[in-house]
Design a protein around this ligand. Structure first.
Ligand code: KG4
Ligand code: ZN
Length: 319
């Protein structure tokens, strides 16, 4: 078995995965959303201190498996350095004390492996990664052969949902709450610019859209003292509609050039149902197989880190 640790941002998570059967034997995650919510985003120092408290709490619950461990895996990059450091320190201590190898895992590749939890890998796979820190299209051929073919020029998809929620005084993380508000809103009430619509480039940009929403909010506030729930719902619906339209336009461009056999959406924001549905329609049109992670494995978790670490272990790829 491999014990894996994830602490790259504001989720403390530990998993134990069986190397031979790929079975997820233990998986616990403690999110810090409530603690960061009052600040409207993640405060790195606070995240780091909370990992110090929660990681040992969830480690102690799987102590019975320690005699069966063959390696320790940990997210080593990218992420908040002060948060990553807590998981890495725990992983190093476990590796030294149990005298077993240490495996460094790239968090973004980990998200790709959220598709393969308790399953065999499928490659080649063209992957849309939409998270709080990244918006990328990755061409993946194996666990150690991945190419970024498109990325954001500024903000990420998930981050723009967080910022819109913050501007509207909604909670953190913004993605789920903006999606919820958008369900009841009128997506045609506010006209917003679709980013990079005229550009032939396959790339993403969210700073202009975010700014357009800010201007709409300011204008509404000039007209009346505070926004009604309906105003917020309509703003969320109009924003989400364009944020997704932008992604779908760029993915369509890619499909027109070279339709992939397998396409996947991963990362925290891949839980967005409208995004899933629109990409699904596109995949049907181009006869592409769409792969999605279970909703519980979209956001950061140690199960995906553990699943990828098995490939590292089998290839003796130790730190
Ligand atoms: O992958 P993740 O858990 O953390 C990073 O690696 O960044 O992604 C978190 C991001 C947050 O920005 C959150 O607002 C966004 O994913 N998110 C969503 C949804 N659920 C989470 N964005 C849009 N719609 C959602 N339903
Ligand atoms: Zn992530």
């Amino acid at each position: 078995m491999i014990l894996s640790i994830e602490s790259s941002c504001d989720d403390s998570s530990i998993a134990i995965t069986c190397i031979k059967t790929l079975k997820l034997i233990y998986h616990k995650k403690i999110s810090q959303e409530k603690e960061h919510s009052i600040y409207g985003g993640v405060v790195p120092e606070l995240a780091s201190r909370l990992h110090v408290q929660t990681l040992p709490d969830i480690l102690v619950l799987c102590k019975e498996y320690f005699p069966f461990l063959k390696a320790i895996a940990v997210t080593s990059e990218p992420g908040l350095s002060v948060s990553l450091a807590q998981g890495i320190m725990m992983a190093k201590a476990l590796s030294l004390s149990l005298n077993i190898p240490l495996i460094n895992i790239n968090h973004l590749k980990g998200h790709i492996y959220s598709l393969f939890i308790e399953k065999k890998e499928i490659f080649p796979m063209c992957v849309l990664l939409v998270s709080g820190g990244h918006t990328q299209i990755i061409q993946a051929k194996s666990y150690d052969d991945t190419d970024i073919i498109a990325s954001t020029l500024d903000d990420s998809f998930g981050e723009s949902f967080d910022k819109v929620a913050k501007m509207l005084g909604l909670s953190y993380p913004g993605g789920p709450i903006v999606e919820q508000y958008a369900k009841k809103g009128d997506e045609n009430r506010f006209s917003l610019p679709t980013p990079l619509q005229q550009s032939p480039k396959i790339a993403f940009s969210y700073s202009g859209l975010k700014n357009a929403i800010r201007l709409k909010i300011e204008k509404l506030k000039e007209e009346k003292e505070c926004l009604s729930k309906k105003d917020k719902e309509d703003l969320c619906a109009s924003f989400q509609n364009i944020a997704i339209k932008h992604i779908v336009q760029k993915v369509t461009k890619l499909f027109k050039i070279n339709p992939p056999i397998n396409f996947a959406i991963v990362g925290g924001a891949s839980a967005n149902i409208k995004l899933r549905n629109q990409i699904n329609d596109l995949c049907i049109k181009y006869n592409t197989n769409l792969h999605l992670s279970k909703l519980e494995y979209c956001s950061d978790n140690a199960a995906m880190i553990g699943r990828l670490s098995i490939e590292h272990y089998n290839n003796k790829c130790f730190s």
